[in-house]
Ligand binder design. Structure first.
Ligand code: SFD
Length: 681
């Protein structure tokens, strides 16, 4: 089919707004809010302008939108070196230890700020039992920042695991966003700009500098509420637009379709943005397959770690105990302390052998805790404590995955009476949770033993000058979670301001022509308006996503095609996460055709235009993931994915980073191995 261009003959031309700033922060999630908070402190006294652009409303945008019930990264009395070792074990031996250490030494300060800003953090009461954040406040427990040393802080926080602290976190994101918005307001007044916080503006692509090679100069996007396009120019840019969800077909179907574990609105924009700018990526073969409560994707962390519940198969056996030896036999050196992917792997072995379903034994865990309470506190107080605990179990869902509470209620499940089913979900691409897919960034430069070439001057800058990264998009340093993403945003924000101050003569000049960008952005609109009356379907209204037309494809169908390809060829749930060279090559052929058909995506309204562009971004994230799995000739992450043609872990040849770069000018991909260096033993 001939490629169409948008001449605005059928759809209305949008208003174009140009906005020049010094530091441009893309995204409004945890990393972005951290970056704003920190950057404003350094930028404002120098008269530098800071701008944030979020596709959604920052109060509830990103992965923490629904809230969380634990902060997963808090050092407290733990050693930062031990954090590095834990992350290394979980991510199968290959991480950038300089980045992880750097994060560990800074993260607690972000947690202390959250508490100061109003986040209720659980504390231990005088009787040794846990107090909710507000109870702790009433009981006169001090803020963590007011405690002199880490050992004392450690005594006070309520740990669900070694690194996690419990919170009452329904409003977590709103609290963190408020601090960022206040900082922006302060910078706005000090620098005299009209606006520096853009919400509901979807960034579509990077803009490179016209005069300096490998230098970012701006970004372009459109309003998802008004007929407006925004062209941003900046001296440094932070990409913090999160990970990629709905790249693979989800387990949810029919009326549950759209439900996913990570937020469906994180659609791979962060990956697309950096790779189109030419930034080097690392470990993009990695993914995260969360084992979660079936259908509602409810969190399991608190159940495993705080309530000490066990997940057992239908025979009443713990798959980790039963198949632990098999893991050590098949993957020598990795079976003793199993990372998240291997814990998935043992459950998968059990399920494939017909021993499913796997169920979380919520009832026996609560029973055991109740007995403990009664023994220590007597029947009456013990029963009261148990009731409170039961409320916590529900709150764990209500704080961050409300749909799971709905699932339990709708399925008549009483967690104190019966167990609940778990299932490994579809894969997600991210670099802040138990995954490490993302960009190759410069390190802090002061960690002993780190190769010189890992630090090219500005901490968290990508291989593109002026383009910084934080949160999910940073590769090889997972397990940052919410607090770590915020802290990493702060690190990147501070360094971006240093970069701007060191390059004061730089003036951004855009390589692209604005008219062409606007036409490209609105093409799906033009296509829809031009062809909407040619539809072959009389069943659905013209706006219905199921509409069939010989001239266009609607974003809903396009997304389903992508998810089906990835599911069947690149190791999704359809194949129990198994793929191979030949399957990926076949999948890549189909992705190519899908990408070509992307030129025929059609949008009936601004919301669908957003959906179209989310799909463009997802397809590129998907292709990068597939190409990386193809490049790495081993199964590094059993339980996340398996290469059937290379089923083993091959430390001799593949205990290394796998880095790639896409050249947008030539359309070529380059791949290379980068040696892994262990810094902490
Ligand atoms: O239960 C564009 N996370 C957990 N972290 C914890 O500390 N504790 C937990 O309990 C954790 N768990 C958990 C977690 C997340 C979710 C969804 C669940 C459970 C159900 C992880 C953290 O939330 C995560 O690590 C951080 O939020 C990552 O931060 P960051 O900044 O990298 O991503 P973001 O917060 O999702 O923000 C992304 C932003 O980008 C915007 N955006 N803006 C403009 N244009 C575009 N094209 C854009 N595309 C995206 C988004 O709107 C958003 O503002 S548990 O599993 O362990």
């Amino acid at each position: 089919m001939e490629k169409e261009t948008c001449t605005f003959s059928y759809c209305e031309r949008p208003e174009v707004i140009e906005h020049e700033t010094d530091f441009l922060i893309l995204g409004g999630g945890m990393a972005a809010c951290g970056a704003v908070y920190e950057a404003v402190r350094w930028a404002t006294p120098k008269g530098l302008r800071v701008t944030m652009v979020d596709k959604a409303a920052t109060d509830r945008s990103g992965a923490v939108a629904q809230g969380l019930s634990a902060i997963n990264t808090y050092m407290g009395g733990n050693k930062v070196e031990d954090y590095v070792k834990y992350v290394r074990t979980d991510l199968m031996g290959i991480i950038r230890e300089d980045l992880v250490f750097d994060l560990g030494r800074h993260v607690d300060n972000s947690v202390h700020l959250f508490e100061e800003w109003g986040l209720p953090i659980w504390k231990k009461g005088d009787d040794g039992f846990s107090l909710d954040g507000h109870q702790a406040k009433d009981a006169g427990k001090p803020f963590l920042k007011n405690i002199a040393d880490n050992a004392e802080r450690e005594k006070l926080v309520v740990r669900s695991g070694k690194w996690q602290v419990m919170i009452n976190g329904e409003s977590y994101k709103a609290i963190v966003a408020e601090a960022a918005k206040k900082a922006l307001e302060y910078n706005k007044k000090a620098t005299g700009v009209d606006q520096n916080h853009f919400e509901r503006v979807f960034i579509i692509k990077p803009l490179m500098d016209a005069n300096t090679p490998n230098r970012i100069a701006g970004a372009v996007g459109f309003s998802v509420r008004e007929n407006k396009v925004y062209v941003f120019k900046a001296k440094a840019i932070l990409d913090s637009m999160g990970g990629a969800v709905n790249v693979f077909r989800p387990r949810s179907s029919g009326e549950g379709m759209g439900r996913a574990w990570f937020p469906v609105w994180n659609s791979g924009s962060g990956y697309y943005f950096g790779l189109q700018a030419g930034a080097e990526m690392t470990l993009m073969e990695n993914r995260f397959v969360p084992m979660r409560f079936k259908d509602g994707y409810g969190p399991v962390g608190a159940w495993f770690l705080f309530f000490k519940a066990k997940a057992l198969n239908a025979m009443g056996e713990d798959p980790a105990e039963k198949y632990g030896d098999a893991v050590e036999r098949d993957y020598p050196g990795y079976g003793k302390a199993m990372g998240t992917c291997l814990r998935n792997h043992v459950s998968m072995i059990s399920m494939r052998l017909g021993e499913g379903p796997i169920k979380m034994q919520t009832h026996t865990a609560m029973d055991a805790m109740g007995k403990g309470f009664k023994e220590k506190l007597g029947d009456k107080v013990g029963a009261k404590k148990l009731k409170h605990l039961e409320a916590e179990a529900w709150e764990d869902f209500l704080d961050m995955t409300i749909a799971q509470a709905g699932m339990w209620a709708a399925s008549d499940i009483e967690p104190d009476k019966e167990p609940s089913e778990l299932l490994p979900s579809e894969p997600y691409l991210l670099g802040s949770h138990a995954g490490c897919a993302g960009f190759w960034v410069s390190g802090p430069g002061d960690i002993q033993g780190a190769p010189k070439e890992w630090s090219w001057g500005y901490n968290r800058m990508s291989t593109v000058n002026g383009l910084f990264m934080a949160g999910d998009v940073v590769g090889a340093s997972g397990h940052k979670f919410s607090s770590g993403s915020h802290a990493e945003g702060r690190i990147a924000g501070k360094n971006a301001i240093a970069f701007i101050l060191d390059n004061t003569n730089y003036k951004p000049a855009l390589k692209n022509k604005v008219d062409e960008l606007v036409a490209e952005m609105y093409l799906p609109y033009e296509i829809y308006e031009k062809y909407k009356n040619y539809t072959t379907s009389g069943t659905f209204s013209p706006n219905d996503p199921r509409n069939i037309s010989p001239h266009y494809i609607k974003p809903d169908m396009y997304q389903k095609r992508l998810m089906k390809i990835m599911d069947e060829y690149v190791g999704g749930i359809a194949t129990w996460y198994v793929t191979s060279k030949t399957m990926i090559e076949e999948g890549l052929k189909k992705l190519k055709v899908l990408e070509e058909d992307g030129a025929r995506l059609a949008a009936a309204n601004l919301h669908e235009l957003l959906r179209c562009w989310e799909n463009y971004h997802r397809v590129w994230a998907a292709e990068t993931h597939a190409r990386h799995i193809l490049f790495r000739q081993e199964s590094r992450y059993p339980g996340y994915y398996y290469r059937a043609d290379f089923p083993k872990i091959d430390d001799k040849d593949w205990k290394c980073f796998t880095n790639s770069r896409y050249n947008a000018e030539t359309g070529q991909w380059e791949f290379k191995k980068v040696p892994y260096v262990q810094l902490f033993s």
